[in-house]
Design a protein around this ligand. Structure first.
Ligand code: PMP
Length: 446
């Protein structure tokens, strides 16, 4: 094991606390930040990070945290993955930017080829590369509108799609995402979804409810697209009842509505498949991809049926930084790592270890109403055992207590009562066992 007390440039393999949290250097940075950074940008944990590797991040005070969030599911194959670093470094010395819409380069084309090969469906596919998840959502909607000649956009309750103007209108939760930022984009319709813990509906019944709602309030023929997260991310890792999304997809297909899977959080090997759609029996017309695609560099994509992607006029899609060569080189390395090193199996390993551990906690602590998720995308929802009221207070207390012990866990859920786990696929079983023991102590102390 690396001895970081000897060499401070090496990231340790275990959590290690050397100061109070946050430490003095982080507190000093927090003061500078308060004077210079907008209050609209918040941070869950004000520790300032200096370096990171694998599943460990190290702050400016020398504290090492076990990271169960991976920057909200971005460093899926691990922080500063060696192959990603090497590919990005090599690309930096060759070409950093030309703008694909002026003078193109191979790396963009290669990423599009890899996306076509690894997204669900064996039909001809094409892609556009952009910079962020929200931009991918914006483009997916734009492309579907152009293809169908319709305006309506359907989304689901508890959805999260971003912070741009259109995506704010697509989110479920007003606070903090849209409150005070209107007016919002129109022609967006929010339908009830499937949330088995709370609605108790079968997939077929939940789908019938969603479809009836959309037919009544919009009319299928006015809808350009339905945008769904196969596993809802910010909404609390809501896994829909079996058959729910396939039934919606079937209805979309029958009515000429483009079925768009927002796989921004659930995609890129996170669930043990390249895309969560595969677990749920979905073959989306368009897939939205971001977060984990480039090992931490900003890159996003819309990939889908060639005829839909080609409906746009030349020049209608793109942007200055979209498909940046360095980000593309990193993405190629990510695909290569997933393929050559069998990383899909790592997500299944993590599910085995972490879900088993979380289920053991559920058996001990009745506040854990449900353990859910697939692969390295797992969550627990906390409800009061007698009233079934959401326990956001307990989630906040556990996340804060875990951080004090050097374990970073993220929260989620419309009611803030979900702890979500998005560790990198590099996390070891030893690290997971350590994290579980910290969580156990945090639940015990509640
Ligand atoms: N869709 C989903 C499902 C997401 O989880 C996110 C980010 N949390 C977004 C869209 C927006 O992505 P970005 O923050 O890169 O704009």
């Amino acid at each position: 094991m690396a001895d970081t007390l000897v060499d401070p440039t090496v990231v340790p393999l275990q959590r290690r606390l050397v100061t109070e949290i946050p430490g003095p250097k982080s507190r000093a940075l927090q003061e500078r930040r308060s004077a210079a950074v907008s209050n609209g940008v918040s941070s869950a944990l004000p520790v300032y990070i200096e370096r990171a590797h694998g599943a460990i991040i190290v702050d400016v005070d020398g504290n090492a945290f076990l990271d169960l969030g991976a920057g909200i599911g971005v460093t899926t194959i691990g922080h500063t993955d060696d192959a990603v670093v090497a590919a990005a470094r090599a690309q930096l010395g060759e070409v950093i930017h030309t703008l694909f819409t002026i003078t193109p380069y191979e790396e963009y084309v290669r990423v599009a080829e890899l996306l076509a090969a690894h997204t669900p469906g064996s039909f001809a596919k094409k892609s556009v590369l952009v910079n962020s998840g929200a931009e991918a959502v914006e483009n997916g909607v734009k492309i579907a509108r152009k293809y169908t000649g319709r305006g309506g956009v359907a989304v689901l309750e508890h959805a999260y799609h971003g912070r741009t103007n259109l995506t704010m209108a697509m989110n479920f939760k007003a606070m903090p995402y849209s409150l005070g930022y209107g007016p919002f984009a129109g022609d967006v319709y929010r339908a009830p979804n499937s949330y088995p813990l709370h609605d108790g509906l079968s997939g077929a019944d939940a789908a019938a409810r969603t479809i009836a709602y959309l037919e009544k309030t919009v009319g299928a023929s006015d809808l350009a697209c339905l945008v769904v997260e196969p596993i809802q991310g910010e909404g609390g890792f809501v896994v829909p009842a079996d058959g729910y999304l396939p039934a919606l997809q079937e209805w979309c297909t029958a009515n000429g509505i483009v079925f768009i899977a927002d796989e921004i959080q659930s995609g890129m090997a996170r669930t043990g498949a390249y895309f969560a759609s595969e677990h749920l029996g979905l073959v989306p017309d368009l897939v939205l991809i971001a977060k984990g695609i480039a090992g931490g560099l900003p890159l996003a994509a819309v990939t889908g049926r060639a005829e839909i992607m080609d409906a746009s006029q030349p020049g209608g899609l793109g942007g200055t930084f979209g498909g940046n060569p360095v980000a593309c080189a990193a993405a190629i390395a990510v695909f290569d790592r997933i393929e050559s090193d069998g990383l899909l199996a790592e997500a299944a390993r993590i599910e085995g270890t972490l879900k088993t551990g979380l289920l053991a906690l559920q058996a001990k602590y009745p506040i854990i109403a449900e353990v859910r998720g697939i692969g390295a995308m797992l969550a627990v929802e906390l409800l009061d055992p007698s009233t079934h009221a959401p326990r956001a207070d307990a989630v906040a207390a556990i996340a804060a207590a875990a951080a004090q012990q050097g374990v970073i866990v993220l929260t989620a859920g419309t009611y803030g009562n979900v702890l979500r786990f998005l560790p990198s696929l590099a996390i070891t079983d030893v690290q997971l066992a350590d994290a579980l023991s910290v969580l156990d102590a945090c639940f015990a102390a509640l």
